[in-house]
Design a protein around this ligand. Structure first.
Ligand code: ZN
Length: 72
């Protein structure tokens, strides 16, 4: 009878751990999606996946990327 209790506990732990891992992964992806970066040219905040990245700098548009490169 003790083995059944151990199996039940093991199964319960497995369910809890997989649920927590899935939740952590989903939150991580959400955080990455919503990460905000600042346009180097005008200071506008935009989400990272919408920004244009160049040499570790972020820009809201290609015009600002070009303007930033010209101002250097
Ligand atoms: Zn800009």
């Amino acid at each position: 009878m003790r083995i059944l209790i151990l199996i039940a506990i093991g199964l319960l732990l497995y369910i809890i751990i997989t649920t927590l891992l899935r939740k952590a992964k989903a939150e991580d992806e959400q955080a990455r999606m919503e990460k905000m970066v600042r346009c180097e040219q005008c200071g506008l905040h935009i989400s990272e996946h919408e920004a244009i990245q160049k040499n570790h700098h972020y820009f809201c548009s290609t015009q600002h990327l070009e303007a930033f490169n010209e101002s250097k």
